[in-house]
Design a protein around this ligand. Sequence first.
Ligand code: SF4
Length: 473
Amino acid sequence: MTSATAHRDHPETAAEFVANDARAHWHDQSLWFVRARRDKASQTLPEWEELRERASKVKLHTMSRMADYLEQFERNAIALGAQVHWARTPAEHNEIVLGIIQKHNATRVVKSKSMLTEECHLNPFLERNGVVVTDTDLGEWIVQLRNEPPSHIVMPAIHIKKEEIGELFHDLLGTEKGATDPPYLVNAARQKLREQFLNAEIGLTGVNFAIAETGGFVVCTNEGNADLGVSLPKVHIACMGIEKIIPKAADLGYFLRLLGRSATGQPITTYSSHFHGPRPGGELHIILVDNGRSNILASPEFRRSLNCIRCGACMNTCPVYRRSGGHSYSTTVPGPIGSILAPTRDAQEHASLPFACSLCGSCTDVCPVKIDLHNQLLTWRRELALKFLVPFDKRLGMSLAAAVFARPWLYRVGGAIARRVFPWLPRMLVYNRWNPWGRQRELPEMPAQSFRALYARRKRNHKVPSDQKPASR
Ligand code: SF4
């Protein structure tokens, strides 16, 4: 599976999504519906803010002793009979997975949704090596059949309409032409996936939470596909980013209560399956992957982004994500959190992402583990400017704005000139390539007076009696 939109800036890829006005509106509304469900679910818990605070503190504490907890997890997982592998890079991760598959002379793998394996581009790697991989989460399977990456980390096929799925299934599975009835389509998918489950030799899952104290881990799905995928084959490979570690089993409750509610508004994900060592007679391999995470850990500005439990709440609320679609980010994890994580891996390639943000702060408000997302995005903009990775026209615009804002007299004079001159300028002088803001919108009508003048007049007309003035300190 390849990213169809790699190496292009966000405005360019977003423009393609926005060009289909009906789809962009429908996408926006679908995600807003999920966001509203999240709000209702969070309001049912009076202790919601306390849960967020505790979960955030657990994560921050874990990060302060990450290496210790990972080693403790390794010891306990091995004591339970698991085999633990460490991978620094996606290439190392993929080689380890392939090595396990080849050791068992296997060629058929069923995979439950794992963003880490997407991040490592595992599917195309295995396919190149003669392994048939089937994604068993329904949304993930649909995007796999369409040969495209997921557009959302919890709802991978949220950008696709049921009519399109009906067409896809008709072409590939032979369902009735024009069928759009969800139960009918789901049933067709279930029949096909059942064959894959029965034939699989290896079951591969992600990991939502790994517990250092016990050496066990938890996988959360809504379809039960992870459980089915690892119940039939004898070999289970679990792939986890190192930030999935938490210290104690007692901490788990905070995260499980926050995850489902933040993701889709459910009280809890339908299946939260616990794994402690291999099944009798089977093998359990756990692969701990770094892929840049220890660099993030070492960065005081962005360390908090490792708190992320991949609920997707920041995406559902983000006005930019909802209107531009997940593929416009050209990263495995899109949206606000993706715009922080992606530049930590390759600042040059993903330099446009921290600017795909209005700094409204809504993502920070909904984040269940209190990541200060919009502040980190702002920090990224400064970092990118210092690295000279901001395009020349944007830099020029920002420098001019900074020069004007730093000189009140210039701001006043500039405003006075603009108010008089702009209404008379021909459109081509105002709406041209130097005014990217004006590409999608009209400039507001120029007011007759400046805010400063209006304020001064209002103050003159509403003089506060001296006995009502606040006492000076
Ligand atoms: S602050 Fe930026 S990234 Fe966060 S929700 Fe608002 S627009 Fe999206």
